[in-house]
Design a protein around this ligand. Sequence first.
Ligand SMILES: NC(=O)c1ccc[n+]([C@@H]2O[C@H](COP(=O)([O-])OP(=O)(O)OC[C@H]3O[C@@H](n4cnc5c(N)ncnc54)[C@H](O)[C@@H]3O)[C@@H](O)[C@H]2O)c1
Ligand SMILES: Nc1ncnc2c1ncn2[C@@H]1O[C@H](COP(=O)(O)OP(=O)(O)OP(=O)(O)O)[C@@H](O)[C@H]1O
Length: 542
Amino acid sequence: MKPFLVMSLNQNIVNFTQFSWQDSFGNGDVNSLGANPENGSSLAQSEKAVEELLTQQTPMLATDDHLIEFSEALRTVAKALRGSAEGKALAQAEAAEWKRRYELERSKNQELLHKAPLNGVCADESSSKGMDHLAKSPRRHGQENGKSERYPLERICSHDLLQDGGESNSPNGCNNKLKRKASFKLSWGCKGQANDQHKKEIVSFESGNITTADRSSKQISLTWETNPQTVIIFTKPNSTSVRVLSVEMVRWLREHKGLNVYVEPRVKAELLSESSSFDFVQTWEDDKEISLLHPKVDLVITLGGDGTVLWAASMFKGPVPPIVPFSMGSLGFMTPFHSEQYRDCLEAVLKGPISITLRHRLQCHIIRDKARHDYETEENTLVLNEATIERGISSYLTNLECYCDNSFVTCVQGDGLILSTTSGSTAYSLAAGGSMVHPQVPGILFTPICPHSLSFRPLILPDHVTVRVQVPFNSRSSAWVSFDGKGRKQLEAGDALVCSIAPWPVSTACQVESTHDFLRSIHDGLHWNLRKTQSSDGPRDT
Ligand SMILES: NC(=O)c1ccc[n+]([C@@H]2O[C@H](COP(=O)([O-])OP(=O)(O)OC[C@H]3O[C@@H](n4cnc5c(N)ncnc54)[C@H](O)[C@@H]3O)[C@@H](O)[C@H]2O)c1
Ligand SMILES: Nc1ncnc2c1ncn2[C@@H]1O[C@H](COP(=O)(O)OP(=O)(O)OP(=O)(O)O)[C@@H](O)[C@H]1O
């Protein structure tokens, strides 16, 4: 070893190594390193400096294996870090542009609101459709109960984000004439409480006293600010009743509601085989194209069971439009709407306001041991229910090392482990002994499958953590991971699955409201705690 070289290198790489080791687990504080675009160039310089330093040193002996390995590791770290900083700079530039557009749009809205205080018109509506039309509309924001209300500045309004940025050139008609999505606002409040501003500061500590100012999660209500124009329908395949209903629903949405309708390619073929009059229905060619549709789609409708909701959510790798799930399966934890009453339900949803359940998703990322030096890694997968890591066809116990924010949790020896969202708590996790958790409780369920230990109880972890599950190098067998029961992938020794809460939840429309719907689903779906009531004629405490 050459002490001088090691010292110089250490001075140059101290930050690199800290960043890389943390970041590979999804926990690194990227801001501390890549907070400004200049970091990209300073990191490139550091990388160059490392290169120079390495070439300036006295020639290494062939026996200096450690040193060679160390310098290779350094180059990899520097390369990864530079890529990360460049990505960050790009994202920041994009965020700044969005902020600028937001500010511009907001001041335009306020100006227009000021000019038209009597009808409470949302600015972009007035510019796109004209005041006359708006004055006639029965559902103007701020006019409910005859009141003329100004928007609270803190409201969350979708239209700033969802303006249609560009036209797709899809051959299947994705380049439709729509200019923008319907805008809506979300408001938070408990029953009977007029508070519709969500306070960001949940905990205050004025004068040294810690108090909670607000709940982190509340019943959320969605109010359309402009009329929804476009819906997308996902249907369970190979079901005659679903097929019959989809034909009827598509016709009704077009003829009675004047909506643009997208369906899956398979369904479009089915509709055309019914009648050529369905040629107005739009579709897409491959699943990548559908994610481009998000900026144009106001509402997603599912016809099927929970699996169809999972399927629909999986089509959106980023933000998901609100989903209206109709129950056409046997259980239906996430499908509160009755298909027989679809017209009334859709009328109510299209009119709004509606209660929604905001269902968190997990983003899952596989880190392959053999690709640990590669900057490019496998794509993230988003799950609405769970990621399951299990032994697959192997007859050996799984041996999974689990870490939570880099703290060792435990080693799972058994059939496997389920990392579930709270929405998924009533699915596989429940069958494996996990608790049922209200879907709006933020958290990650850590549920073992048939653990070979008497004391392994399931855990519920907070929503801010990152969980890493690793197949140790000395494991007797590999493991398999599946996502919402699909897309199974093998995890070999040294591979890891990293999961954290995704920034894109799935909002599903409620029949009544979130808690009511959840309780109804566990009563009706599972017959939870059903027992004959004990009669009162018997012994009593005196
Ligand atoms: N032993 C088990 O209970 C078990 C085993 C494998 C998979 N699953 C679940 O099946 C899901 C995939 O569903 P699918 O419909 O594509 O497959 P599927 O057709 O095999 O149906 C699985 C069942 O799970 C129910 N289900 C799905 N999500 C649910 C939820 N969030 N709450 C309550 N029940 C739910 C469905 O209604 C269905 O009855 C997986 O995400 C997993 O949770 C359960
Ligand atoms: N549009 C779709 N395209 C392809 N597969 C789908 C689609 N919708 C649903 N599926 C798959 O079909 C399967 C069954 O769907 P779903 O759970 O909705 O119906 P179900 O099994 O009849 O309902 P339940 O489980 O409540 O009885 C699921 O595995 C789901 O992934």
